[in-house]
Write a protein that binds this ligand. Structure first.
Ligand SMILES: Cc1cc2nc3c(=O)[nH]c(=O)nc-3n(C[C@H](O)[C@H](O)[C@H](O)COP(=O)(O)O)c2cc1C
Length: 206
């Protein structure tokens, strides 16, 4: 197995503070938070699952964001997964601040209260994780907020892909390339390597 051919590589010594998008794409999620009656949402491309046991999810949020102010005081947040057809809402939420406007009113968002925590949920999200804040770590100009997922709500049509993975016939997750550039999945390229052998002596996953 040789991999793809690359003709020539460019060397970049990164400058602190400059933005590089070569590690993208990422899938943006919308974080919902509420503190002292103030609800807000912001899209976050820097987000990831962290642990299965306990079930932890992390979001990295700039210290200058209004949501950062709320999240540092709140004890919970939601993670909302939105379909590609709603990319304009992602863009609107990510190019405005709750310091200046009430985004829910301004963008006429349909929002509900989470079931187990005190945080807002985007009704049109195909999946929402309700998270209890467990940790926050200041890392440079962002804070990594880590939450334990205590409840998952998912559109029943969104699952049903092979082995309970996302049903990509029904759902088109958002792929973000940086600087307001978005792309959808090429559904036809979906491939399952599930039945290939593992390359270990005992042939089991680790
Ligand atoms: C697609 C997209 C992804 C973004 N990802 C992040 C991110 O990972 N972390 C972050 O702090 N800001 C991110 N931003 C920027 C914030 O969403 C933006 O600064 C927003 O205006 C903050 O809103 P707030 O001040 O109401 O919290 C992203 C913006 C967009 C459009």
């Amino acid at each position: 197995m040789k991999g793809n051919n690359i003709s020539e590589k460019i060397t970049i010594i990164p400058e602190s503070g400059k933005k590089y998008f070569y590690g993208y794409p990422n899938k943006p999620v919308v974080v919902g938070v509420c503190y002292n009656g103030k609800q807000n949402f912001l899209p976050v491309a820097w987000n990831t699952g962290i642990s299965y046991h306990p079930f932890l999810y992390g979001v990295s949020i700039g210290t200058d964001r209004y949501s950062h102010e709320l999240l540092s005081k709140a004890d919970s947040f939601t993670i909302n997964f939105v379909d590609f057809k709603d990319i304009k809402i992602i863009r609107a939420l990510g190019r405005s601040t709750g310091k200046e406007i009430d985004k829910i009113k301004e963008f006429d968002l349909s929002v509900s209260d989470a079931e187990k925590i005190n945080s807002p949920v985007l009704d049109f999200a195909y999946c929402t994780f309700e998270c209890v804040k467990k940790n926050e770590i200041l890392l440079g100009d962002h804070t990594l907020f880590v939450g334990e997922i205590v409840l998952i709500k998912i559109d029943k049509d969104a699952i049903g892909g092979e082995y309970e993975t996302l049903n990509t016939e029904k759902i088109s997750p958002i792929i973000y390339l940086g600087i307001d550039n978005y792309i959808a999945l090429d559904k036809k390229s979906r491939t399952s390597l599930k039945n290939l052998p593992f390359h270990y002596k005992d042939g089991k996953p680790r």
